[in-house]
Design a protein around this ligand. Structure first.
Ligand SMILES: Cc1cc2nc3c(=O)[nH]c(=O)nc-3n(C[C@H](O)[C@H](O)[C@H](O)COP(=O)(O)OP(=O)(O)OC[C@H]3O[C@@H](n4cnc5c(N)ncnc54)[C@H](O)[C@@H]3O)c2cc1C
Length: 391
């Protein structure tokens, strides 16, 4: 069965996959729809919810083949890699029927509305409020660093529904229509020059009663679950074939610049190769375990750290191999601009989805069983913390 699937996938990709990166989101949506119609999106999701109902081995086979092409997957990763799996875990049958198929087809793009100006690493300190209003809710507050909100149709938002219990309780996850009245999106430009995340303001937004994901007041559990899926997704963001900071591209560049014999450059390249292989093997293992129904839990933090390390080592190698073209380039020199973007983008991998420090803390606390960080605020009602100004 998998051999048939692999042969079909290989033939389809050879005929339809783009050879150059696609930057236009409308074009990416069209490609995602074709991918789904051909049977290669939502591969392991149940067919009744718009998936292909196939096996993990099929997913692995497709991933291995797809790596040779610059598929425009980024706009859909938050949906397909994080929110879709969370809805499969916790959503009602109606939510799964409503949201998963358009997500897999790229017709509806999703964003993750967790971080706030005063709640990043400590996301449980969030202050966005959702108050009951008849059958539904009223949402007020601000999110920040929201990737893809500039074009997303839907978001998964965390909001405080009960301030009178400790901060990890009293949080609820909502599906939010990003086009609803009261939602305002303001783009933020990062140091690569691109707009890839946003501030999002909620002013009297009205999610319906059936917008709650999981149980009211148990949004922290839903969030932890989604962050677990996020770590696997990020770990698996191996640099696609041809990416300027991949080992293969850097080795070719070193040859072209006549520095491939330099012992320092050779060591850099070896480090990138090793880090790529490590991230790849960890992603394969974590993904396999998750698809087999074994929660990744805190072990996902090791994968996230490996992805951050790879980004750092690749950026160091870009600086050494490319020299000044990795920092300054002539307008229109796309190859040099790509190298500079790879260099400037590297730190973000070690922040997005939880910083390296937070991943190490999770590993220390929950994998190695080291003494836990003191958390004096854990049992104090959130409203009392706010009153003391320490939330
Ligand atoms: C490219 C990118 C995309 C993102 N996309 C999204 C998104 O789509 N949705 C979303 O909700 N968020 C998103 N984020 C936000 C991201 O999750 C947060 O930036 C991250 O969790 C860190 O929070 P913060 O920026 O508030 O930093 P802070 O939490 O203020 O941390 C500042 C520094 O203090 C350290 N620190 C904090 N607490 C501790 C501690 N207890 N122990 C040791 N060190 C600590 C941190 O490691 C960091 O170095 C994105 C971020 C980036 C960079």
């Amino acid at each position: 069965m998998t051999e048939d699937f692999s042969a079909r996938a290989a033939a389809w990709l050879a005929e339809h996959a783009p050879r150059e990166p696609v930057t236009d989101v409308a074009e990416a949506r069209l490609f995602q729809r074709e991918l789904h119609d051909a049977g290669f999106a939502g591969i392991t999701w149940p067919a009744e919810y718009g998936g292909q109902g196939l096996t993990r081995a099929d997913q692995r086979a497709f991933d291995a083949l797809a790596r040779d092409y610059p598929l425009p997957v980024k706009p859909f990763l938050i949906g397909l890699g994080m929110i879709g799996p969370t809805l499969l875990d916790l959503g009602t049958p109606e939510q799964k029927r409503r949201y998963l198929r358009p997500m897999a087809r790229g017709e509806e793009i999703w964003c993750q509305l967790f971080s706030e100006p005063d709640a990043g690493s400590d996301v449980a300190g969030l202050t966005t409020r959702a108050r009951r209003d008849g059958d539904g809710w009223i949402l007020d507050g601000q999110k920040v660093w929201t990737s893809r909100a500039e074009y997303a149709e839907w978001g998964a938002a965390l909001a405080r529904t009960d301030p009178d219990v400790p901060k990890h309780r009293g949080i609820t996850m909502f599906v939010v229509d990003m086009t609803a009245p009261g939602v305002q999106v303001r783009p933020l430009r990062d140091m690569t020059g691109a707009v890839r995340f946003n501030e999002v303001f909620f002013d009297g937004v009205r999610p319906a009663a059936d917008a709650v994901v999981g149980t009211v007041g148990e949004g922290w559990d839903a969030a932890v679950r989604m962050l677990g899926h996020e770590r696997i997704t990020i770990t698996d963001l191996r640099l696609p074939h041809g990416h300027p900071a991949s080992h293969a591209a850097l080795a070719a560049l070193a040859r072209a610049r006549g520095v491939s014999g330099d012992p320092h450059v050779r060591r850099r390249l070896a480090e990138v190769y090793r880090a790529e292989r490590l991230a790849e093997l960890l992603a394969a293992r974590l993904g396999e375990e998750a698809r087999a129904g074994r929660p990744t839990g805190p072990r996902g933090s090791a994968g996230k750290l490996a992805a951050g390390r790879l980004a750092r080592l690749s950026a160091d190698a870009v600086a050494d191999v490319a020299g000044h073209t990795g920092l300054a380039w002539e307008p229109g020199d796309a190859a040099a601009a790509g190298l500079a973007a790879a260099l400037l983008d590297a730190p973000s991998t070690r922040i997005a989805g939880g910083t390296d420090e937070i991943q190490r803390q999770i590993i220390g606390d929950r994998v190695l069983g080291l003494p836990r960080e003191p958390a004096a605020d854990r049992d104090i009602p959130f409203s009392a913390l706010r009153a003391k100004g320490s939330a």
